[in-house]
Design a protein around this ligand. Structure first.
Ligand code: GTP
Ligand code: MG
Length: 270
């Protein structure tokens, strides 16, 4: 008998925090997972809520300390001390509220600032929740935009609804499992499961194309450019974004937009 092999592995204690603007659904996501219920009435978190839960990841029992932060700016002084010693962050935005998506960067900045110059964000697992997907009519941040933001930073990405429960269990399971991998890997993010399959140039180009104001702008040429200039710019983008070559979220749409922009421009250039 191999007694050693039967020995249960040491139980783990981890700390996770939630971040994101007020009212995006941080508390409801946690409640949906821990209590299997949804509360439609908004009860703002005051400062911080704390809870402990036990979860099973593969053969391990994990004790999770969850610190659910208040999103309102005026609670900054209450929540700022809770950033340190965190292994996982649940970063939430509301898909019907562009501002909550645009704020994700400032949440990262706040955390970075609180961790100070010696803090290391590389050794933390981040999961981005695009929440309230049940409100399809109000949606204004689409999946590829959110996924691109997350995956270009090496973060996990899930579409969730605390109301219907969609995506919630899957999100937590993947999140906890990535944290366990991280702890087993000596506190470093395992490169294999989190590796980025596209370049920063590809991600930046897709973002630029999405926000371009017209076809000239999209191809990155001056209004009045010649056929040659348009074709040259097109070829460069086509090579970068061709869906066979580019795995970045949104590359297919960006590629189609570039093809259409070129066609539209060439029609009007002699
Ligand atoms: P703060 O604690 O103020 O930072 O807000 P929070 O991010 O914790 O938001 P909370 O979980 O309290 O939810 C805010 C409001 O959104 C509540 O009225 C919830 O019922 C609602 N809500 C949360 N998640 C969902 C969802 O997935 N779908 C819908 N339709 N409503 C949701
Ligand atoms: Mg809350």
């Amino acid at each position: 008998m191999d007694a050693k092999r039967k020995e249960p592995r040491k139980s783990l204690r981890i700390k996770v925090i939630s971040m994101g603007n007020a009212e995006v659904g941080k508390s409801c996501i946690i409640k949906r997972y821990c209590e299997k219920r949804f509360v439609p009435k908004y009860l703002a978190t005051i400062g911080i809520d704390y809870g402990v839960t036990k979860v099973q990841v593969r053969d391990r029992e994990i004790k999770v300390n969850i610190f659910d932060m208040a999103g309102h700016a005026f609670f900054y002084e209450v929540r700022n001390e809770f950033y340190k010693d965190t292994q996982g962050v649940i970063l939430v935005y509301d898909v019907g509220q562009k501002e909550s998506f645009d704020s994700l960067d400032s949440w990262l900045a706040e955390m970075k600032q609180e961790l100070g110059p010696h803090g290391n964000m590389e050794n933390i697992v981040f999961v981005v929740c695009a929440n309230k997907i049940d409100c399809a009519k109000l949606r204004c941040v689409d999946e590829s935009e959110g996924r691109l933001w997350a995956e270009s930073r090496g973060f996990l990405y899930f579409e969730t609804s605390a109301q219907t429960g969609e995506g919630i269990n899957e999100m937590f399971q993947t999140f906890y499992s990535a944290i366990v991998d991280l702890c087993d890997n000596g506190g470093k993010r395992p490169t294999s499961s989190m590796s980025i399959s596209f370049t920063k140039e590809q991600a930046d180009t897709i973002r630029r194309i999405r926000s371009s104001k017209d076809s000239w702008d999209m191809l990155g040429v001056k209004p009045g450019a010649t056929r040659d200039e348009v074709n040259k710019a097109y070829r460069k983008l086509a090579v970068l974004l061709h869906p066979d070559k580019c795995m970045a979220p949104g590359s297919e749409d960006a590629f189609k937009a570039v093809v259409n922009a070129r066609t539209a421009l060439l029609k009007n250039i002699k």
